[in-house]
Every structure is written in C-alpha cells, then in structure tokens.
Design a protein around this ligand. Structure first.
Ligand SMILES: Cc1cc2nc3c(=O)[nH]c(=O)nc-3n(C[C@H](O)[C@H](O)[C@H](O)COP(=O)(O)OP(=O)(O)OC[C@H]3O[C@@H](n4cnc5c(N)ncnc54)[C@H](O)[C@@H]3O)c2cc1C
Length: 458
C-alpha cells in the first residue's frame, strides 16, 4: 500500500508463452517485470509504465517423488499449494516464509528464508535444479553441476537474469503434522541474542518477537518461540495431523472471533496511538506463556501467523506499511540493533512490530545473508508527505549504520534504499559479476522493475 504503478499484464500458461512474451517485448524495445504473488513489501514486482509477466496461471505441480520428497513445480505454484500436496505424504517444504501465498518463482528470485535459516539455509539451498528462460533467447537448465554460475546468480537475483519456468525442490520429511513449541520470555536485547546463539545448534526453528517500544534496561525485551520436529511415534496424533485440512488456518480466532474482525480492531489500536500498550500486553502475555510447558502446534499455525488475519495490512490504512530489515553480522548485532532502536525512540517513530531471526551465509551471488541476525522492523506510513519523507530519511540514517557495520539488506522487504547502497550491500566484485551476467543473459536490459531502477542495478 506504499508502492504502486500501472503495467500491461501478460499471464502466460506455459514456458512457450513465456519465451514468446520475452521475444515480443524485446522486439518492441519494452521493459518487462516479473511477478509471482506480489507479496514483496516494496516495489520488487512492479514495473510502472512497462509490461509485467504474472505467473498466477503457471501453477501446476508437475511431479512429486514420494521416495525422495522432491517436487517439480511451475513458478506460480505457491507454498500453500506445495505443502497441501506434500504433507499427506509426510513432507513439508524445507523453507517457508511467514505467509503461504508466496510463489515458488518469487521464493527463488528473492531466495527467501524461514525461521530455520540458521539450520537449513535458504529456499535456494533446497532447489535442486531449474529451467531459466532468458531475454537473450536461451533456455538454460541449471543446477550445482550444470551452469553453476547461473544457478548461483539467478537464485536471489530478484528477477533480473531470466524467468524460472520450472524448478525441482527438495522437501523435508515430517512424521507429525505438529511441532513441539517452547515459549521463552526475554528481558532485553542481549537475552534475545544469547538465546538464539545458544540454541541454534539444536533447535529446528527459532524466532524472536521484540517489543521495540521498551526502553532503558528493558530495551529489546520480547519473547522467543522455538519449535522442534517430532520423531516418528513421538506424537500419538501425529499421523492424523498430517491431513492437509488439519493445517489450515481456522476461520475464527480462539474459536470465537471471526477473523474478518481482527484488522479493524488492530487499526483502532494503531491509529489511536495505543500500540505501545499492545506491545506491553503482548510481552506480559509472553511471560505467562513461558511458564507453561511446551505445547504442540500445527506447522501451518506456527509458520503462517499473519495468514490468520485476512487483510491484516489494512490495519495500516490509509498510508500502508514498510518493513526495514537489516541483516547484521553477529559481532556487531547488539550494538547496531541497540543504536537503531534508540534512533527510532529519539525520532518518535517506533516500529509497531519487531521480529528477530538467526541466519547463516549462503553461496548465492546476490545474497542478503550474513553470519548473524536480522531484525525486521514494521513501520506504519503516514499519508502526510512530510511525515512519510521523515520516515524515509530515518531509514536512510539507519541504513548507513547497518552498512558501516558490514550489514546487508533484503529487497523483498525494502522500499527505501537508494542506488548508492547497492555496491555497499553486495561489494564491488559481486556487483561487477552480476552486471556481467546481466549483459550476457539480458543484453537489452529488458528485465526491469521499479526496484531495479531505484537501486540503479544497470
Ligand atoms: C506476510 C509476509 C510474510 C513474509 N515473511 C517472509 C519470511 O519469513 N522470510 C522471507 O524471506 N520473506 C518473507 N516475506 C517476503 C516474501 O517471501 C518475498 O517477498 C517473496 O519473494 C514473495 O514471493 P511472491 O511470489 O509474492 O513474489 P513477488 O513479490 O511477486 O516477486 C518477488 C521477486 O521475484 C521475481 N519473480 C517472480 N516470479 C519470478 C520468476 N518466475 N522468475 C524469476 N523471477 C521472478 C519478481 O520480479 C520479484 O523481483 C513475507 C512477505 C509477507 C507478505
């Protein structure tokens, strides 16, 4: 709701139609953006004034190998389609984001991560091979062995090097439709970072929620949720819970509140300036939850919290929201995150939500990963242009702190960075290699988005 633009949209149904679209737009000298489900927070899948390829109609699961847990999918297959198909066979996607609406093409192009990034890596790490249709007219079959440089560059290349028309992904074995979840209350930022550091060697999933309104000795307090897979036979209900309908998000919250009522309630709190109280209440609820023994929760409920709230983003209407997600190396994380939170407090602009994760490096050229953490900070955006500009300026100041500390950013979650940040995020050598491949695979620089123009990619 903060970025938008008009494009003429093409909806291919096959790889042949993708190739035809690339030829036609190329012959007309036009620009072409690629769009999966449109779940990126900024302008990554917008191409204002040009063409867009929307993969919503290329959504077939072409095969599923039950022995190996491998699926061959078209790019428009969503994470929801994938788990609904696989869970009855005892498989769950290795990497899932916070919403199941995301497409596999979009997941590969951004190289998305889940709450288990520290343990299993990114979505790209779970891709075995893919077919890439390029504006230069090639159809490249890529894997770690075949065309390895394109394999490692196209994953995470935010739709700039070609179109994923098909991919084979590896899923992971699950023996129960539920996870064992442990809640931990954390008194401050250090306690959060320490917990993630201490437990990343053994936990399957870790995610921290931070009350970014808390100050002084409570700065960075919050709650961590750890989830672990269950071994075969450990959960007596485990197999029954492998039914896809048992993973679905229920129609009512706490069996009572219709989900459609949730966002207006959240809107009232946010617009009424009561979000500090909501965060404090959530923290104290977390303290109570942490006193309970671990409990069992379906994979769907653990991973896709926001899918519980239809139209959740409307709670930030009319201005919308942005997410600022700095990735910071482990050694600098406490200092940098403390500085960022205090900077927000001084500016009087505090994110309404903070989410902390542990990451690990990956082998992809345009990676956003670090051996460290990310802190996703969600800001409601004002319709008032001066206030909006002030928020963008605040984010720019914070981005400098992050980049000076060797941090990175993630384009799926960005709306504010400028072209000067592009080489600082990736380093001159990676940018040069990326531009070399872009010139080879897309010599007319046809693939473009509002994001790529903002970041000065070519
Ligand atoms: C509620 C919510 C929670 C989220 N949680 C997480 C999270 O936990 N972890 C995380 O990593 N991300 C998360 N995200 C971000 C999301 O996973 C990424 O933005 C993802 O890329 C969105 O996929 P999409 O299908 O919507 O792609 P889009 O947003 O439509 O496009 C993303 C990029 O992929 C490119 N692209 C799309 N299809 C293709 C294709 N076939 N070939 C080549 N390029 C293509 C586009 O050009 C664009 O650059 C979240 C987003 C939301 C809304």
């Amino acid at each position: 709701m903060t970025s938008g633009g008009e494009s003429s949209v093409l909806r291919p149904t096959s790889a042949e139609e993708v190739a035809a679209a690339l030829r036609e737009v190329g012959a007309a000298g036009g620009s072409l953006g690629l769009r999966g489900s449109g779940c990126s927070y900024g302008d990554a899948s917008l191409n204002t004034g040009g063409h867009l390829l929307d993969f919503g109609r290329m959504n077939r699961i072409l095969s599923f190998d039950e022995e190996r847990g491998e699926a061959v999918v078209e790019p428009g297959v969503t994470i929801r389609d994938l788990w609904r198909h696989s869970i009855g066979h005892g498989y769950w996607p290795t990497v899932v984001p916070g919403t199941m609406e995301v497409s596999c093409g979009g997941a590969a192009a951004m190289n998305i991560h889940g709450k288990n990034n520290f343990a299993v890596g990114t979505f790209g790490d779970s891709i075995l091979e893919f077919t890439l249709a390029t504006p230069s007219g090639e159809t490249l079959s890529c894997s770690r062995e075949r065309n390895p440089e394109v394999f490692h560059a196209a994953i995470g290349s935010f739709g700039m090097l070609g179109v994923f028309t098909e991919m084979r992904v590896k899923l992971k074995r699950v023996y129960s439709g539920r996870l064992k979840v442990t809640a931990v209350a954390t008194r401050d930022l250090v306690a959060n970072l320490d917990y993630l550091e201490t437990h990343r060697g053994e936990a399957d999933y870790l995610v921290g929620w931070l009350d970014l309104h808390a100050r002084d000795s409570a700065l960075g307090r919050g709650a961590i949720h750890r989830a672990d897979q269950l071994a075969a036979g450990e959960d007596p209900e485990g197999e029954r819970m492998l039914a896809a309908e048992r993973q679905d998000v229920p129609p009512r919250l706490f069996y009572v509140v219709p989900k459609g009522w949730i966002w207006p309630g959240m809107w009232l709190f946010l617009q009424g300036g009561m979000w500090r109280l909501v965060n404090a209440a959530k923290f104290h609820a977390g303290v109570r939850e942490a006193k309970r023994p671990p409990y069992l929760q379906s994979h769907g409920a653990f991973h896709f919290l926001l899918d519980y709230v239809p139209n959740w983003k409307k709670m930030t209407s009319p201005g919308g929201l942005i997410q600022f997600q700095p990735f910071v190396p482990q050694a600098a994380a406490e200092r940098v995150y403390r500085t960022l939170i205090e900077t927000c407090h001084r500016a009087g602009t505090v994110p309404y939500l903070g989410v902390l994760k542990r990451h690990r490096p990956d082998p992809f050229l345009m990676t956003h990963a670090v051996d460290g953490y990310s802190l996703a900070m969600d800001f409601a955006v004002s319709k008032n242009p001066a206030k909006r500009d002030a928020l963008w300026a605040l984010c720019q100041r914070m981005a400098d702190v992050v980049l000076d500390a060797g941090g990175r950013f993630y384009y799926a979650k960005d709306a504010v960075l400028q072209a000067s940040s592009f080489p600082r995020i990736h380093g001159a050598a990676a940018v040069a290699e990326f531009r070399r491949l872009k010139a080879r695979l897309d010599p007319q620089a046809m693939l473009a988005t509002d994001l790529s123009r903002r970041m000065g990619v070519v």
